[in-house]
Design a protein around this ligand. Structure first.
Ligand code: VGL
Ligand code: ZN
Length: 208
C-alpha cells in the first residue's frame, strides 16, 4: 500500500465509454484501474451528474452544436452532447469497474448553470466540492489520478489538486482523452507547469 495516498478514479461512466460522449479507447482504462486499486489504501470515485437541460449541453443553447465553445459568466464553456444525466444509464459507473474498497463518491456538475470538470471545485472557480477538506482531514497527501477524460476532468482535477497543495501524479495509461483541437497536448503542458507528475501504471506495479 502507498501510505497517505489516494487513487482518484474520474468519471469512468457509461457516457464516456459507449454512451453519449464516448472517449476513444475509454474502456481500456477499466482493467488497469481495477488492478491499480489493489495498491491503494484510499480510493475515491467521481461521477459527472448533470440535471436535464444543463448549461454544458449544446441542446440548451439554440443554434449551437456539440463541441462549439461559448462564453458564460464564469468563462469559456465547450458545449457537449447531452451526457451523464442524473439517474440514467449514461451516468452510471461502467459495469466492469470493480472498486469494492472505494470510500467516497463525489458527484459534480449538478448545478444547472455551472459545469464542473474538477473534482475540487466548479467551473466558476469558487464553489468547492468539499474534496480538499475531506482529504486533509483524513491526512491524505498524495493523489494518483486516473480515468476520463485526460484533457478535461482529469486535467482540471490534477491542476486543482496541486493548487490545494497535494502531491499529484496522473497515471497516463490509466486515462484516455477526448482531444478536441489539440486539447490533450495543451492539458499536459498545463499540468506539467503546475507540477503534476506524469507516470505510467507499471511504476506502481511493484506495489500491486
Ligand atoms: C467530461 C466533458 C464533459 C470529463 C465531463 O469527464 O472529462 N468532459 N463532462
Ligand atoms: Zn459533463
Amino acid at each position: 500500500m502507498i501510505a497517505q495516498s489516494a487513487l482518484i478514479v474520474v468519471d469512468v461512466q457509461n457516457g464516456f465509454i459507449d454512451g453519449a460522449l464516448p472517449v476513444p479507447g475509454g474502456v481500456e482504462v477499466v482493467p488497469i484501474i481495477n488492478r491499480l486499486a489493489c495498491a491503494f489504501p484510499n480510493i475515491i470515485i467521481t461521477q459527472d451528474w448533470h440535471p436535464p437541460g444543463h448549461v454544458s449541453f449544446a441542446s440548451s443553447h439554440p443554434g449551437r452544436q456539440p463541441f462549439d465553445a461559448i462564453e458564460l459568466p464564469y468563462g469559456r464553456q465547450v458545449l457537449w452532447p447531452d451526457h451523464c444525466v442524473q439517474n440514467t444509464h449514461d451516468a452510471a459507473l461502467h459495469d466492469a469497474l470493480d472498486l469494492p474498497r472505494a470510500q467516497l463518491l463525489i458527484r459534480k456538475g449538478f448545478h444547472s448553470d455551472v459545469d464542473s470538470y474538477s473534482a475540487f471545485q466548479e467551473a466558476d472557480r469558487k464553489t468547492p466540492t468539499g474534496l480538499a477538506g475531506y482529504l486533509r482531514e483524513r491526512g491524505i497527501q498524495t493523489l494518483f489520478i486516473t480515468g476520463l477524460a485526460t484533457d478535461f476532468c482529469v486535467a482540471w482535477t490534477a491542476i486543482d489538486a496541486r493548487d490545494n497543495g497535494f502531491e499529484t501524479c496522473v497515471i497516463e495509461d490509466a486515462t484516455r482523452a477526448i482531444d478536441l483541437n489539440d486539447s490533450l497536448a495543451a492539458a499536459w503542458a498545463q499540468m506539467t507547469a503546475h507540477g503534476v507528475q506524469r507516470i505510467q501504471s507499471r511504476e506502481i506495479e511493484g506495489f500491486v
